[in-house]
Structures are given as structure tokens and as C-alpha cells.
Design a protein around this ligand. Sequence first.
Ligand SMILES: O=C(O)CCC(=O)C(=O)O
Length: 275
Amino acid sequence: MTNFKLTPQQIADYHRDGYLIVKNFLSSDEVKKLHGIAIEDNMMRKHSFDLNDQSGKRTKLALWYTPGNDAYGLLSKSKRIIDSVNELLDGDAPVCHFHSKLMQKEPKVGGAWEWHQDYGYWYKNEFLLPEQMISVMVAITDANKQNGCLQVIKGTHKMGRIEHGFSGEQVGASQHYVDLALKTMELVYVELKAGDALFFHSNILHRSEANLSENSRWSLISCYNRSSNVPYNEPSNSSTIPIQSVPDEALLEWETSGLQESANFLEKEKDEALK
Ligand SMILES: O=C(O)CCC(=O)C(=O)O
């Protein structure tokens, strides 16, 4: 989808619900290219690591901070994403790319993610302004109930930050507050077709269940911040470096290589809190 622009209705929906699904955000050729690279890219494989959920099931991901001119970098820097993020975030300082993750939930083994707010992690990094942070998930394969699609509790971004503790190797939100939210707020299974995108607020409660199906569930999640929202406990500086967007056509038309070491990957040993 080139020349993409969010409508006033989509912007209002995002602010009301805390998330927004955009169908067919990528064309089938774009998805094909990203999928092909994801399964063949040695750099991605080399830097992927496992994360255990509470039950010990593993989920695989690679996380990097600096988007280059590889296919994934061109997507996370694309005008359609940067302009949309700019519309949805509070404030007017430049948009920065905090990090991107390729989530690789393998058939039968891909583990769960506990209920959390992304800002439950980012608060620990001492970012002060959750309204200036957002995540964008792009489905590289179909995501459905069977293969552990994302679930959100609609409207929970309005609850503010909830206490988080450790849960396996992840950080999880207070179950008490999750249970209270579920009394009145709707749990939504975010089923996506490959190429669909989900924009979600840093304070929306979300989780996903294990992938017990025969099909993998892969997605790219890119997280953005405004340069004005300086973190005081975050070793990478990506979240305050303004991003120069590239034309949407770049993903298909520019010559791309695989991911490079210069993407600045997170190595799990060094990691204290994941995000
Ligand atoms: O990809 C998933 O299943 C969940 C990922 C997630 O919750 C996150 O990255 O914050």
C-alpha cells in the first residue's frame, strides 16, 4: 500500500481503543520478499535467541536497534509507517526508531507472552512519556488463534501504567489488574493476514498464547519514540535519533541485502529487561 495515509476515523479509533488494524498494509510481493529473507537470512539466524515463557516454552526472536537499507530496515523506515506513527503519537518532536524485533513463533514450540504493557518494560528504561511511544506489528505469516496471535484488552491504554513483575524471562503485568480490566473491557484476538499491520499503544495490555499449531507465526514488531522522550536508563541511543523515512516503493524497488552487523543487534546475555 503506497501513498498510505491514516484517515481521521482510523486515528480516532486508535485513541479510543488503544490499537488499530490496517488490512493489506503490505502487498503480497512485499510479504513474499520479507518472508523469503526471514527464513534465509544468516545474520537474522545468527542473532536470534530464545526466550522462555512461564511454562518453559521457547519463543525465538532477533532484536536490533539501527534500521539499515535491508528489506526489514526499509519497511521500518517506510514513509507509510513513519507518517502514521507521527499522526498517532503525542507531541511534535521527530519520530525515532527504538528497535525492531522479528518474532519467530515456531510450530508446536513457539511460547507464550504474558499479559503486559510495553511501557511496563520501557518504564524500567526510564522513558517518561508513554504517549510518545508506540509499536507496529506487521504480519509476515497469517496470525490466528491457532498459532498464537496477539490478544489485546481494548481500551486498557487508558488505565495508565500497571505494576509489572518478572514472569519467566519476561516481564508480566499484575494479574489482579488484568482480571479487573477483563471484567468490563473486551478481550480481542488480533487475527491478521500476512501483510496486515497492527498499531498499538505502549500502555495497552496484550499477550499471546503458545503456538500449538502446525504453522509458524512470524511478525516484525517495530517500536518508535519521539526524540523529546529521552530515556535515562537505556544503553542504546536509537530511541532519540530522528529517523529519515524512505519512500514506500523502496522495499521492492531498491537493491537490498540481508541484515548487516551494523543493525546493532541485542545479544541476550547482555540483556536485563528485554525491551
Ligand atoms: O509476538 C507476540 O506474540 C507478542 C510480542 C509482544 O507482546 C511484545 O513484543 O510486546
